[in-house]
Design a protein around this ligand. Structure first.
Ligand code: SF4
Length: 339
């Protein structure tokens, strides 16, 4: 008779023998593994709010110091004219209208109960304090909105902005997303980020002193980066008190400087399986409780040129789960806490 198997948190081992049953791993579906192999954002929000909580992406009309000439012009070489905002955003609508239509769409589609206003497009702390206040206030003026997520750059987080966000945190949930992409200044220069890794680490440290929950974004497959470079970035951000992380593969968006490089054959892209292995390696190095917001960028053929596997998010997610199961590891398996 076959040994009964119970999936125990973080492992798939026999309750009776304590050994990993080889025949079983093949039969495990992603839905079985999802809660265990890494700490998902959905689970984090469900635990915090005891409800199905979804983010509603918003374009509040900000620009970016990397586009308007303050820091640089042209923007990051991967960023399109939506400023990394979601394709579902209708920029013509006011913040209030975007929020209300987004809530109804997401409520219908996902049976969502509560919402976070996600200031996603461009740099959402890049305006005078009074403007920020009025935009954040409008977004919170809805009975089912339980907080705000604010995406920004490290150079747009001076102490007064952090103090403002800390004040909002007294009355609502605040989640700050600070883009990094790579912890190598040579790469940041190459992709025209127009900020340094030192500015990122300084901003995160000051935000943490205000007890703000901070997430960051990394991109794997940036030009010139090796596996070692990418893992070094992961190592550097693993111990700085981040609450959450998003990891994306490099996708080439239409109408970007990278689209030109790609068309001219100057931009090699990661293969799908290469990316899966990188993500698994990264997850193992991250703290077990760091919330994983995203592991694969998704988009449509209307906006993305390459790679083709960008359009197969669920297949990539399955492969990540299967690879972790094959290794018998999970998020945090190789995490080294700072002494
Ligand atoms: S900082 Fe953000 S909004 Fe600005 S150019 Fe880069 S990706 Fe786009």
């Amino acid at each position: 008779m076959q040994t009964p198997v119970q999936i125990i948190k973080g492992q798939n081992i026999s309750k009776n023998t304590g050994k990993k049953p080889a025949a079983v791993t093949d039969k495990i579906k992603r839905s079985d593994l999802m809660p265990f192999r890494y700490t998902s954002f959905n689970d984090y929000l469900r635990e915090k709010f005891a409800a199905r909580v979804y983010r509603v992406p918003i374009d509040a009309g900000f620009t970016c110091p990397n586009r308007d000439g303050t820091r640089a012009s042209g923007g990051c070489t991967f960023c399109d004219d939506r400023g990394s905002g979601a394709p579902t955003i209708d920029q013509v609508l006011s913040v209030k209208e975007q929020l209300h239509t987004g809530i109804e769409r997401i409520r219908r589609r996902f049976k969502a109960e509560k919402f976070l206003a996600y200031f996603q497009a461009f740099t959402n702390t890049y305006a005078p304090e009074a403007v920020l206040r009025s935009l954040y206030d409008v977004s919170l003026d809805h009975e089912d909105v339980v907080g705000i997520c604010v995406g920004t750059r490290p150079d747009c987080l001076d102490d007064s902005v952090l103090e403002l966000l800390a004040q909002y945190q007294q009355k609502t949930f605040v989640f700050l997303e600070v883009g990094l992409q790579s912890a190598h200044n040579k790469t940041l220069d190459l992709i025209n980020r127009a900020h340094s890794k030192e500015e990122f680490f300084d901003a995160v440290e000051r935000a943490r002193k205000k007890n703000l929950a901070v997430a960051t974004h990394l991109i794997f497959g940036l030009p010139g980066e090796t596996r070692k470079d990418m893992m070094e970035t992961v190592r550097q951000i693993a111990n700085i008190g981040l609450t959450a992380i998003k990891i994306h593969q490099l996708c080439v968006y239409k109408h970007t400087p990278m689209a030109v490089d790609f068309a001219q054959g100057r931009l090699p892209l990661l293969e799908e399986d290469e990316y899966v292995l990188l993500v698994c390696d990264a997850l193992e190095m991250l703290p077990p409780d760091m919330v994983v917001m995203r592991l694969v960028a998704e988009g449509t053929r209307e906006e993305i040129i390459a790679p083709d596997w960008c359009f197969e998010k669920s297949r990539i997610m399955d492969k990540i789960d299967q690879e972790l199961a094959r290794r018998g590891t999970r998020q945090g398996s190789r995490f080294k806490p700072k002494n």
